[in-house]
Ligand binder design. Structure first.
Ligand code: TXA
Ligand code: MG
Length: 362
């Protein structure tokens, strides 16, 4: 595998100019954003966008988010939007908000998967901003994971997935990876559709719904997932099947579940739950690999969001037979995004509903 790993300390680093040149030449550059790492390409060049799909193994019907250096650049290319888009852009860009806007004919076609809309955002991460500004063009960038896997929140996660892509015979030679440390939020941007005046939530994310509603009034949650093609596909799944239980699920029930299924098991839960489960498991406690997720002292879910994808990737590294996670019940801040990612990763497996192997992934 020969993806290129470039450690970049700050936005003045000359490596960024070289990476921007690589983007302009049609190459791929993975880079940190304030949410997760993205895998970038020239958004105006369909062949470069196609390389993103090839490397990620991404379904062709799932469009890419296009990243701009400034708010002005977005509206200069796409035209002045009606409705609340301007106010939302002034309030939340640069930052972790993605807006689906109308796409003029012939613009950013390679990123749009054939739709008449395009999802755009202006990231606030200094390295992302510097890279896009230096490249002098919009940069299409989905999360830098292989399709279906947890999003990478650091360069090591990106490199691990690229290695896997290379092992599967995909060409990753033209991929550069900018290593700018850990992403700030750890979950992806919030995606809303702002066309036609009304705001629709398409994906919970790093910008809380309440912050958007403070600007726009009530926001609808899209029931029709066809409005956001990405929500149709498998997401965030660790290799071992993940089962969820709730904060109110008795520890005895979790212990009974563990006893009924052989093999090492990963647990993502508040530390006090891990301790209680160890005690309840008695001689079986050695099968448990616990990693803290959630719990007291994190009212906005920020720490949980930062750790979440690393936790899911850790489940793979520990080579457990299956994983269990306590689904947090927090309502504020990043908790809805954390819950959404865990629910999708679990693909409907609920400990309380487990009957035999019926819920297992086939
Ligand atoms: O935080 C983020 O959003 C990261 C960083 C790199 O910016 N990017 C990211 O991209 O999460 P991706 O491709 O993993 O997720 C983009 C989501 C998908 O669910 C996709 O279907 C949706 O946005 N999307 C993209 N274009 C769309 C469009 N035109 N209409 C509706 N949904 C769209
Ligand atoms: Mg993604």
């Amino acid at each position: 595998m020969s993806a290129r790993h470039l450690v970049v300390r700050d936005e003045r680093d000359s490596t960024l100019a070289a990476a921007a040149g690589h983007l302009r030449a049609g190459g791929l550059v993975a880079f940190p954003t304030e949410t997760v790492y993205g895998l970038g390409a020239d958004a105006a060049r369909p062949a470069a966008c196609e390389r993103i799909y090839a490397v990620k193994g991404r379904p062709a019907d799932n469009p890419l988010i296009v990243h701009f250096a400034t708010v002005e650049a977005v509206f200069a290319l796409l035209g002045e939007p009606g409705g609340p888009a301007r106010a939302l852009a002034s309030r939340f860009w640069p930052g972790p908000l993605t807006m689906v806007l109308a796409r003029p004919d012939g613009v950013l076609a390679g990123a749009s998967a054939g739709l008449d809309s395009v999802a755009v955002r202006v990231p606030s991460h200094p390295l992302a901003h510097a890279l896009i500004a230096e490249a002098g063009m919009p940069v299409a960038a989905p999360s830098a994971n292989l399709s279906g896997r947890p999003s990478p929140t650091d360069a090591a996660g990106v490199l691990a997935d690229l290695e896997e892509a290379a092992a599967a015979g995909r060409d990753v030679d033209d991929v550069w990876v900018i290593d700018g440390g850990a992403a700030t939020y750890g979950v992806e941007s919030t995606v809303i559709d702002v066309r036609g005046g009304a705001v629709q939530m398409l994906r919970q994310g790093a910008l809380p719904l309440a912050a958007i509603e403070a600007v726009t009034g009530a926001v609808g949650v899209a029931a029709d997932v066809r409005r956001s093609p990405g929500t149709r596909h498998r997401h965030y799944a660790p290799r071992a099947p993940l089962w969820l239980f709730g904060p109110v699920t008795p520890t005895a029930a979790v212990a009974a579940f563990v006893r009924s299924r052989p093999g090492p098991v990963a647990l993502l839960a508040p530390p006090e739950r891990a301790l209680a489960l160890q005690a309840a498991l008695g001689p079986d406690r050695d099968r448990l690999r616990a990693r803290p997720l959630g719990g007291h002292g994190d009212p906005e879910g920020r720490a949980a969001a930062r750790d979440l994808f690393a936790c899911l990737r850790w489940c793979d590294a520990t080579r457990v037979a299956y994983a269990l996670a306590e689904l947090p019940d927090g309502e504020h801040g990043l908790w809805p995004a954390v819950r959404d990612r865990l629910e999708r990763a679990a693909e409907g497996r609920w400990l309380e509903r487990a009957t035999g192997e019926a819920g297992d992934r086939s």
